[in-house]
Design a protein around this ligand. Structure first.
Ligand SMILES: *Cc1c(COP(=O)(O)O)cnc(C)c1O
Length: 293
């Protein structure tokens, strides 16, 4: 089973040889279709030699990444496996033959409205967006994986491990992003100590630029800790996010200003998203369910 392009966000150049090697030894290859947003209109699972794959309809064939589901996966296979596909009376794995059929309507609408050219364009835009971001952020953070051409696929992994030495973690960056009004990208997956961003084709250049500007400004906030300009233990990163009840409280003991905490740039001040709660203990929260009414 493979994911292509890989979860590291790159197109493995030897993918066809790898699959051929499996075939030579009598094996079959399942391709995880989660990253079809980097293939549609330019390449396809048959070209690399996959024998069976699913297409995450709620991802590549909906507004990426599908707004959180519900999901549906159309399974496609070669003739060798055709007899294994489910029909009305055999190989059924769920009581509904077509799974979550409502999802198929969304994907049908998306495909019909986009057209073949539109889908091809969306893939190109998704890959271009990721590479544009990688270029803008490469020097400040470092990109963990790049392909043979020095580029990424449709996603990029930002390295945050070099900040551990001064006590700043990828989680602090993720929390600080909330002060700027952003939900953090994928945290510590597939590589620990990183942030993985998949911009997709859906964001405008202005929005991508704004997100990059924020990440660069956060990098400057980290640099201020490195240089000693900001305190190592009491700074905007380790205390993030800064909820309204802290910012408007009578007492403010931090060495940085309330404005720096809550309105770090003009655009945030103009359209502030207030995080309803300050830093929580993630580990404790994951292990302890608290149901409150
Ligand atoms: C999203 C994703 C999955 C899971 O797919 P869902 O159908 O959304 O649960 C599996 N593999 C990869 C690489 C993915 O990105």
């Amino acid at each position: 089973m493979i994911t292509y392009p890989s979860t590291h966000g790159i197109f493995e150049q030897a993918i066809r040889e790898m699959i051929e090697a499996v075939h030579t030894h009598g094996g079959l290859v399942y391709m995880d279709g989660a990253n079809m947003n980097a293939q549609i209109g330019w390449t396809n699972p048959a070209f690399i030699g996959a024998d069976v794959c699913h297409l995450n309809l709620h991802k590549s064939f909906a507004s990426p990444h599908g707004g959180g589901g519900p999901g549906a996966g159309a399974v496609c296979c070669t003739e060798v496996l055709a007899d294994c596909l489910p029909t009305e009376d055999k190989n059924r794995v769920s009581s509904a033959l077509y799974g979550n059929a409502n999802m198929a309507l969304i994907s049908w609408g998306y495909i019909a409205m986009m057209g073949a050219e539109g889908l091809r364009h969306a893939t190109a835009a998704a890959i271009l967006s990721a590479n544009y971001m990688a270029k803008r952020l490469k020097e400040a953070y470092g990109i963990v994986y790049t392909g043979a051409t020095g580029r990424v696929g449709h996603e990029l992994i930002l390295d945050c491990r070099q900040f551990h030495a001064i006590g700043i973690t990828e989680a602090d960056i993720a929390k600080r992003l909330m002060d700027y009004g952003y939900h953090a990208p994928t945290l510590s997956f597939p590589v620990h100590g990183t942030l993985m961003v998949e911009p997709t084709e859906s964001e405008s250049l202005a929005e991508i630029d704004r997100f990059c500007d924020v990440l660069l400004q956060i990098r400057q906030e980290i640099a201020d800790i490195e240089s000693g300009k900001a305190d190592k233990e009491d700074n905007v990163l380790v205390n993030a996010p800064h909820p309204e009840y802290e910012v408007v409280a009578d007492e403010w003991t931090h060495p940085y200003s309330r404005k720096q905490a809550a309105y770090p740039t003009d655009f945030v001040a103009q359209n502030k998203f207030w995080c309803p709660v300050g830093r929580v203990d993630n580990g404790f929260g994951d292990r302890n369910l608290v149901a409150r009414f």
